[in-house]
Ligand binder design. Sequence first.
Ligand SMILES: Cc1ncc(C[n+]2csc(CCOP(=O)(O)OP(=O)(O)O)c2C)c(N)n1
Ligand SMILES: [Mg+2]
Length: 368
Amino acid sequence: MAKQPSKAASAAKKPASPTNAAAAPSDDPDFVLGSLQQAFEANKRYAADEAEMLEFYRQMLLIRRFEEKAGQLYGLGLIGGFCHLYIGQEAVAIGLQSALDNDRDSVITGYRDHGHMLAYGIDPKVIMAELTGREAGISKGKGGSMHMFSTEHKFYGGHGIVGAQVALGGGLALAHQYNEDGGICLAYFGDGAANQGQVYETFNMAALWNLPIVFVVEDNQYAMGTSTKRSSAETRFYRRGTSFRIPGMEVNGMDVLEVRAAAEVAFAHVRAGKGPVLMECNTYRYRGHSMSDPAKYRTREEVQDQRDHHDPIERLKKTLIESGKGEDELKSIDKAIRAEVAQAADFAETSPEPGAGELYTDVLVGEY
Ligand SMILES: Cc1ncc(C[n+]2csc(CCOP(=O)(O)OP(=O)(O)O)c2C)c(N)n1
Ligand SMILES: [Mg+2]
């Protein structure tokens, strides 16, 4: 039988689920790509109180100083393997993760993952010790920069295979739905990963099964040395869920209050059982793709322009000062963070390496 025009079937508006896969979600005539965007646009900057703003400021600054220090330790040869810094993108992780319910929600990301871990308030010492491959590291020094994990926090990595975390995130969301634990999954990926096939397989299943997941494209404008303009036919990534009937949101990822406002709208939608959301956060990485990137594909001026005119920490600082905070108080926050990061680096340099026996642990899961 030929496919019916969708309007004729408007009565069949049942959400699909793994156990109810026969209902056709495309029979819902009400899909509007920008439905959530409208709600978000109406209230685009989260009305944070002073304490919240200071906390966002402190958390973003912690990521910035931590990453600067990680860059130094890498230069000194204390961090092996790859190391991808998050400098410039801080507002994305903080704006989104500050809105999560850490008792039930899960997070998964790619290899640019230090900031997402710091956003939990995890002690910077154990994250830095992971970078230097020490026993005290959050993955006992065996994960390193790209493969950090904390099941305790429901943080599921840290993944080096571009785009793989999106499909795994779909699995996490399915587990939330199956276990009826009320949690949602936040799955981050890059503009480059957005061109991976498995991303769209996941979109399809997530929409079909109404999974509780927020897909976040951190569009930092480059995938290694390739700009989005050179690699992507559609650079407005929020539109890429359209054919799966996933509403899209377009967010300034350089403004933590804007990201947080978008998070409120997206999370409420997903938590209400209305299925996935695709959020594009427009951002910029100041450093190279990884520590070994000479960054010849862009000009110094381009980077400087972002630093001078779009920096997320400076933007929030301006808002704080306009609301009456003194520069001195903000400086003292920076001083305290620098001291905390210096201590984390000392710890990471001086704590012991894992014993040889660790080679045989965490390799296979036990019986279950
Ligand atoms: C499946 C796969 N293909 C290629 C690579 C090599 N690779 C590592 S990072 C990267 C670029 C990804 O860029 P993007 O998704 O924009 O994330 P960003 O690094 O900008 O955060 C590539 C191609 C890989 N790790 N995995
Ligand atoms: Mg990118």
